[in-house]
Design a protein around this ligand. Structure first.
Ligand code: FMN
Ligand code: SF4
Length: 398
């Protein structure tokens, strides 16, 4: 429980503090948070504050960590924003499977002193269907409005017409945690990053500005084998060659100048015993399956890209078919980019095209010589017939 309620600031004071701290959203798009607050405040109707804690990115763990282990600082930020905007409601959206996170939020809310105030905002914690696209802001708003968790085209943007038709500030859980720290005078530019892949286990680390990718890997327990490539920003992010990327500072402007981004704060290290082509094909298939099924380029384009990548890993395909598939991947990625109702296809396009460029040699080797041993093993595991385990009753690969 916080010892005392967070400091209250009016809108101008709060936006000034956020701008001085150069706070940008931690949900992936790196939008300046102060600008977003002003946009919500400029609308006529009374606003609502939404904390996006859905964390649909499979590699990410930082939001569930913050919401369950740093619950009060996230709530400090949300209450502060609600006060500055004059919002009468705060809604925290969390993946419905994260029962511990929901419990932690409910416990923390029971001890919040602000809730005893007259005119305090009503706070609700709502379980949201899992899925990569459920955390996209219009999908989240649609679900909270009683519709399916599927994105809709913008405008109107949530800041104009969001929850209950009212101006809505949707920000990531970590963005509110940063606001909580800024208001308490405890902000030092650190952020939380999830480190995954060739490390002992997926780990959330707090990194100060200037910390390198290599130092973040060390903080997560160190790499378990030599690294062949690094993915920054998760499944909608960008691949980078290991050697220069390891020395890059985890500082968004520097990364952006290199055509990279930490997105929602994810570093994935591809170990040299893993096959990049197989990994990219697997993730692309998963992302294609996450489509909300509403836009042609997303429904058909992502499926076709995943299929062509799978051709490079499938045994028995003639070489000319593999070369054709590789050329099609490149062409189709360009065709789906910016062609969806939301940015889901753009993320897949970025993920795949950066892989093609950073792992060009591995991709052309697969096109020319067929799948490697690792691909064949992955392919066999993925296509193995299932039998029922006598002990657990669960289906297991034979
Ligand atoms: C396909 C897709 C999935 C997204 N998933 C999430 C998510 O799980 N959590 C999140 O905070 N933002 C997610 N976003 C970004 C949100 O739409 C929105 O930009 C974000 O919540 C705004 O918060 P911020 O300003 O604090 O970054 C997603 C965006 C897209 C296109
Ligand atoms: S691009 Fe895909 S996920 Fe986004 S709205 Fe269209 S179908 Fe849904």
């Amino acid at each position: 429980m916080p010892s005392r309620p967070p400091r209250r600031m009016n809108l101008n004071e709060l936006v000034d503090s956020l701008e001085r701290a150069r706070l940008h959203g931690h949900g992936g798009a790196y939008f300046p948070t102060g600008t977003k607050l002003r946009a919500v405040a400029s609308q006529r109707r009374r606003p609502i504050v939404v904390v996006n804690g859905t964390e649909g990115e499979p590699l990410s763990r930082k939001d569930r960590f913050l919401l369950s282990a740093r619950t009060d600082v996230v709530l400090d930020g949300a209450f502060c924003v609600a006060h500055a905007l004059g919002a009468d409601a705060i809604v925290v959206g969390v993946d419905h499977r994260r029962v511990q996170v929901i419990d932690a939020l409910e416990q923390a809310l029971a001890g919040r002193p602000e809730l005893a105030d007259r005119g305090a905002p009503v706070v609700e914690v709502i379980g949201v269907p899992d899925g990569f696209v459920s955390g996209q802001e219009t999908a989240l708003i649609n679900f909270l409005n009683g519709l399916e968790a599927k994105p809709t085209t913008t405008p109107p943007y949530p800041f104009e017409k969001g929850l209950r038709g009212r101006p809505t500030l949707v920000s990531n859980a970590e963005t509110y945690a940063q606001i909580g720290r800024i208001v308490a005078g405890r902000f030092d530019g650190s952020r939380h990053v999830t480190v995954a892949g060739a490390v002992p286990r997926t780990t959330v680390v707090s990194v100060r500005p200037g910390t390198t990718v290599a130092a973040a890997l060390t903080a997560a327990g160190g790499v378990t084998e030599p690294i062949s490539a690094i993915l920054l920003g998760g499944y909608g992010g960008t691949w980078a060659a290991a050697a220069p990327a390891l020395e890059l500072p985890l500082d968004e402007p520097t990364l952006r100048a290199e055509g990279l981004t930490l997105g929602a704060g994810i570093i994935f290290a591809l170990g040299s015993s893993d096959c990049g082509v197989s990994e990219v094909a697997r993730v692309t298939r998963w992302m294609a399956d996450q489509t909300a099924g509403q836009c042609g380029p997303c429904v058909f384009g992502l499926d076709a890209i995943a299929g062509a990548l799978e051709d490079l890993c499938a045994p028995g395909l003639p070489g000319r078919d593999r070369f054709r598939s590789l050329a099609q991947v490149q062409r189709w990625c360009a065709m789906v980019n910016k062609r969806g109702g939301c940015a889901h296809p753009d993320g897949v396009s970025r993920y795949v095209t950066s892989a093609l460029s950073v792992m060009a040699h591995t991709f052309s080797d697969h096109a020319g010589n067929g799948p490697c041993d690792r691909c064949e093993a992955d392919y066999r595991a993925a296509n193995a017939p299932l039998r029922r385990s006598v002990r657990t009753g669960q289906a297991v690969p034979v």
